[in-house]
Design a protein around this ligand. Sequence first.
Ligand SMILES: [Zn+2]
Ligand SMILES: [Zn+2]
Length: 386
Amino acid sequence: MKDEPYEVPEDEKALCWASIVQAISILSRLQKGLWRGEIRDLKAVVKHALGSGNVELSDVPEPVPGPDEVKIEVKAVGICGSDIHIYHGDIQLPIRPPVVMGHEFCGVIAEVGSSVSKFKPGERVTSETSAYVCGSCLSCRTGNYNVCADKRLIGYWFNGAFAKYCVVPSRLVHRLPENVSFLSGALCEPLACCVNGVIEKTAISPGDVVVVAGPGTIGLLSLQLVKAKGGFVMLCGTGVDGNRLNLGRELGADVTVNIHEQDPVEVMSGLTDGAGADVFIECSGSPDAVRMGFQLVRRGGRYTQIGLTGSAFELDFDTVAYKELTVKGSLGQRWTSWRRGLKLLAEGVIRTEPLISDVLPLTEWMTGFRKMEHREGLKVILEPVL
Ligand SMILES: [Zn+2]
Ligand SMILES: [Zn+2]
């Protein structure tokens, strides 16, 4: 019997091709650096191998942009909850170590590739994270590249922003509005995620009663977006969220509920004459919050899932039929979410700076990770002042 020739699937070919292009670009960088004697090492927070831990502050070569790439001097970069998951090796998105972590950032353009005409050095910018998408699947062709099955992200697959410089494809770059500080700008990425979930995926009308579950970064940005749409917000958290619920009230929450002290079903019943919430937005990633959402939302209401629980759990899904719920999911962000988020930041409709609890030098990344892990403070920003 003859061996069947192995057919390489199309998506693997595309990824292979992307790797070849990257290898050529790395070679040309090496050449350039060697010729000019310019290769310098940068300190960067690197995930060296899959599994738990394996993260260190290491020396990496200073990146050089390829023809259609932009090199950004990082001014501020946020530690995301998913960075903690990358640290522990318990996230389902593809990671390719050794890789510089960090994906929530902004800075100043240091250099542009030979075919980049839209941007120039000195411009203040921020960047999307989907450095590779296939471009040919139904999701990509309909603008929903955030759910492209082959999506590969900076900080996961491609080198990210926990370093002084980060190189990204020019199509990912957005200008930072003049009145938006670098610190505020570091939260553009989580804001765009919330714009996708709250504005683009969930229908909210003025006067809607909306529950936002989980007063972390995503919840506090989502709450502001609901307020911008004219909704009435009940923000829910647990016993450890006291400060975050207070901040939620400052940022516009109409009612806050510590579910360890008050029964949210009772509070909602009082607010809506027993009807329930028009909309429930889940930002905590807790199975209990999901189950609570199915209870709190009214018949004919809308439910949107932004949080990730990380594993399967028990849920009475018949509620969707009995209550005729509209259930939506939201993952990452698209170009439209960035555009809208940046406009809302520029207009001062959304405030990101109050969410920043700590600003640390990049060298103290471990302290930052520890704070995020133990829920001390809220958003920790690193500054690569090296
Ligand atoms: Zn993030
Ligand atoms: Zn695709």
